[in-house]
Design a protein around this ligand. Structure first.
Ligand code: SRM
Ligand code: SF4
Length: 549
């Protein structure tokens, strides 16, 4: 794919980096600046952090001839989204001591801290590791946090599938000892590094894996580079349908970049999963486009060469054939809020976290509430792919005390929110994201209120409609799989995408470019009005709109 072409500068940085060391140690020691050397800003991603600046004050600082207000975002890997109460408490401490202070729950079931200054990177990353979580491969051209329906206790199938997600994550974690040397002061291992799966230049681009357990498609399996859909037979996990080539990122006005839903290419047994994951990664390592980062994801490798080529190449590497895909059916994608009971009688409380931001906000002290619970909680915390948290494994006699702790911090344990608000997703965007063109996280609550008013007018407020907004077309909140997707173009201006389905199976379509809030509300009003008057019984909003596009 890249033969004979000029490789991207990032390829050179990786090749020169000595397995991701670069000059990060020297960059950290340089007290003259709050930033890293330029090449290290690329390598830092593999270690789990990004250099950013506060965009709210960027222009003012430039006017005052000051350098931007630099700080770092650190992403913590949480495979399958499962963290212990001790780990939650430690994340809380780090957010307060080194972060802004808030914990961001991401759309891939990870924790993020924003606002960490260079001086505090090492103690923060060391503390994350001491809590038995890590940041390696949370970002960078490697396999990222492996997603999985977080409630392992729901059934034996859930437990087995979550185990598979953890095994994939472990198997694909980079081998380099650079991470341990830089952040944990470990000695360099004699004999040098080897990356048996990735090689010295890692992957051409980021790589994402998810495990879905039907009937829930909470992990948006068709958006993943590689996905495994759990298939059960006689109450046991029989294996997984394998999906390849999903991805969301695109660029405005560049038709050669596009979101794509994954193809189901076959079925494998639980014992074959790790080999399938490894060989899809190796295949992409060898055939992905290293000459153009906008064209370097697995979806383009597959579209350039065809699915038949991909299947044959994979099969040859695996040494066995995938079986024919098994039937499956997705019926939901959102989280089930409130208390649920698992097969072992343990209770789980799914809490709505507005825009995934765990923060003390006026009377509603979510950060403090969850820290207070973590101090006494004997179970775990689960991060969902919808940016919410589940207080998990609660014994029946602890239910009231958890509820009291939430209430005393201004948080209602179960809330009556519209389905639109409950399901809505927003990416981080401004002020931290360097790529944001418009607001998302900070704008979603207000926008939702305005859309709710329109739904109310048409007696549609109880309708389950998925709304997702991002500050740019990279698609971090998977907006192209929403019934209403808004993608930032410029401050206050968005592209509107309509006609996705509520289960994350069909992409929506661009219907309007560069529309402002008044225009968005006007367009939605017309669709709501037509939907209320003309829908077939039981028809979902996205399906109705798609039929008219
Ligand atoms: Fe993302 C880049 C935030 C999930 C597609 N994403 C970024 C960066 C790091 C901006 C940057 O490169 O400078 C954002 C940091 C913002 C900040 O201040 O925190 C960022 N992405 C996020 C998070 C935090 C959004 C959120 O609100 O939860 C999510 C972190 C997930 C995690 O824990 O690993 C996040 N990003 C996603 C997803 C959704 C998913 O993975 O399920 C996607 C779409 C799926 C996909 O990858 O195709 C996604 N992010 C991107 C892209 C586009 C990649 C592409 O193929 O074109 C970029 C830009 C890039 O890589 O160049 C990007
Ligand atoms: Fe930033 Fe764009 Fe991702 Fe939003 S979608 S977090 S604006 S990169």
């Amino acid at each position: 794919m890249s033969a004979g072409k000029t490789l991207t500068p990032v390829e050179g940085i990786k090749a020169r980096s000595d397995y991701l060391r670069g000059t990060i140690v020297a960059s950290l020691a340089d007290g003259a600046t709050g930033t890293l050397a330029e090449d290290d800003t690329q390598l830092s991603k593999f270690h789990g952090f990004y250099q950013q600046d506060d965009r709210d004050i960027r222009a003012e600082r430039a006017r005052q001839k000051l350098e931007p207000a630099h700080s770092f975002m650190i992403r913590v890997r949480v495979p399958g989204g499962i963290a212990t109460a001790e780990q939650w408490l430690e994340m809380d401490r780090l957010a307060r001591e080194y972060g802004n202070p808030s914990i961001r729950l991401t759309t891939r079931q990870a924790f993020q801290f924003h606002g960490v200054i260079k001086h505090d990177l090492k103690p923060t990353i060391a503390a994350i590791n001491a809590s038995l979580l890590d940041t390696i491969a949370a970002c960078g051209d490697v396999n990222r946090n492996v997603m999985c329906t977080p409630l392992a206790e729901r059934s034996a199938i859930h437990a087995a599938a979550c185990g598979v997600a953890a095994a994939i994550s472990e198997h694909l974690t980079p081998n380099t000892s650079a991470y341990h040397e830089i952040w944990l002061d470990k000695e360099r291992v004699a004999g040098g590094d080897v990356e048996p799966i990735y090689g010295a230049t890692y992957l051409p681009r980021k790589f994402k894996i998810g495990v879905a357990i039907p009937p829930s498609n909470d992990v948006d399996i068709f958006s993943q580079d590689l996905g495994f859909i759990a298939i059960q037979k006689d109450g046991k996990l029989a294996g997984f349908n394998v999906t390849v080539g999903g991805g969301m990122g695109m660029h405005h006005g560049e038709a050669e970049t596009y979101p794509r839903v994954a193809d189901v290419i076959g079925f494998c047994t639980p014992e074959q999963v790790t080999a399938v994951a490894e060989h899809v990664v190796r295949l992409q390592r060898d055939h992905g486009d290293r000459s153009n980062r906008k064209h370097a994801r697995l979806k383009y490798t597959i579209d350039d060469r065809g699915l038949d080529w991909f299947r044959a190449e994979l099969q040859q590497r695996l040494g066995f054939e995938l079986q024919a895909p098994a039937p499956y059916r997705f019926l939901s994608r959102g989280d089930e809020f409130g208390w649920t009971k698992d097969q072992l009688g343990k209770l789980h409380l799914t809490l709505f976290v507005p825009q995934g931001r765990v923060i003390d906000n006026g009377e509603q002290k979510m950060l403090s509430a969850l820290a207070a619970i973590a101090k006494v909680h004997e179970g775990t915390f689960r991060l969902t792919a919808n940016q919410n948290v589940i207080i998990s494994d609660v014994a029946a006699n602890r239910k009231r005390s958890i509820e009291r702790l939430l209430q005393s911090h201004g948080i209602a344990p179960t809330q009556t929110l519209s389905p639109l608000r409950q399901q809505a997703l927003a990416c981080v965007a401004l002020p931290t994201c360097a790529l944001a063109m418009a607001e998302a996280e900070r704008y979603l609550p207000d926008l939702t209120t305005k859309i709710e008013a329109l739904l109310e007018e048409h007696k549609l407020l109880d309708e389950s409609i998925s709304l997702r907004i991002t500050g740019c077309p990279n698609g971090c909140a998977r907006p192209y799989l929403a019934e209403i997707g808004l993608v930032g173009k410029a401050p206050g201006q968005y592209s509107l995408f309509l006609g996705g389905d509520g289960l994350g199976i069909r992409l929506n379509q661009l219907t309007h470019e560069n529309v402002n809030e008044a225009e968005i509300l006007d367009i939605l009003e017309q669709h709501f009005s037509a939907f209320a008057a003309g829908r077939a019984p039981g028809q979902a909003f996205g399906d109705f709109v798609a039929g008219a596009l």
